[in-house]
Ligand binder design. Sequence first.
Ligand SMILES: *Cc1c(COP(=O)(O)O)cnc(C)c1O
Length: 419
Amino acid sequence: MMDEKKMHPESLMMSYGYKPSLSEGAIKCPIFQTSTFVFNSAMEGKRFFELAYGLRQPDQNEEPGLIYSRLNNPDLEILENRLCLWDGAEDCAVFESGMSAISTALMEFMQPGDLLLYSRPVYGGTDHFINHFLKKLNIESVGFYATDTFETIIEKVNASGRADRLTMIHIETPANPTNALIDIELCARIKAHFSTPEKDVFLSVDNTYMGPLWQHPLKHGADLVLYSATKYIGGHSDVIAGACLGSKALIQRVKGLRTFLGNMAGPWNGWLLMRSLETLKVRMEEQARNARFVAEFLRNHPKVEKVYYLGFIDEQGTAIEQAIYHRQYSSAGAMISFDIRGGEKEAFAFLDSLKLIKLAVSLGGTESLAEHPQTMTHADVPGHEKELMFISERLIRLSVGVEHPDDIIADIKQALEIA
Ligand SMILES: *Cc1c(COP(=O)(O)O)cnc(C)c1O
């Protein structure tokens, strides 16, 4: 027997965790479009519920029984097992959206009166949830930037007056839209600094931009990894979903709250994501390869002022950025932003002239997308902070897809000429 544990994740995405003999020999996992599951006996039902409610410990090798699709479903369980392989996680919970994964994790680990430390900018929905919904629960937050150091972050937390109530650190790296880098290991040191024997501080990383292929936050000291599976994991711009990964103990808590919020993904979306995972690596690697060609082209174009691309960090970045990049990432990824010469007028003329590349938010899909962060994804960010984070009217964000690089570049070239 070959040991599955020693194989690469991409070799296991077609089969891991699925037994054809349990499904009439079907090579692919069927869609278990069912709300509830029939017990073989009343005793079996009783034992399944005992486990589900934590009323007893599982016997050796005992798997949780199938009860009801809000609690578990084969399409979700197999998908969760497969997602674990990329991040080296013990367990995973799949959600109906990235936002439900993020909001459920934050709600499970925080209580009224607590303090949240988070990197800025974070995804707009996350930012809104932190600054509006969590505030309503009397959960305060302190933001920090990629330019902050260990000392300045500690100062900010102490200045909040709630340092003893710091319970969670939530970060996003590289930061959308300019690929600013946050050091996960530095955040793990902040977590250790504020953790006490009575109270663990948990570190969660939104890994949507680079995961699950090119960054593995658990290996750098994170407790939780979060995804909008809508992006690279789904990869075809046809499904909204999310995931949260970590240790068995933490994910058990996350799944507990998911059961009562009822925000798990449905079996059909689980099946779609399993199908996506089979091509995850080939898609992402092709997208990253294309992105390098696009970045090189943009860098040499007279109408382009500056290109924000991780592949240029060795020439453009500081020593600290270079160190984080080489420690944390195995690829420059497929997200590029650039400043066009001029202002909003030139940026909009460029966006309106694209033919192959679609003018849309979201990212990570097979088709290339372009958008204007200042007036679209980051419209809500206060003016002075936009400046701090280089989100200007000249900035355009590209998600590079799997089209032929010559065609992507030809489209950008003709649109730049019109702009
Ligand atoms: C899209 C996105 C989200 C939100 O995910 P949904 O699936 O749209 O709910 C969260 N974080 C990042 C970084 C994203 O890009």
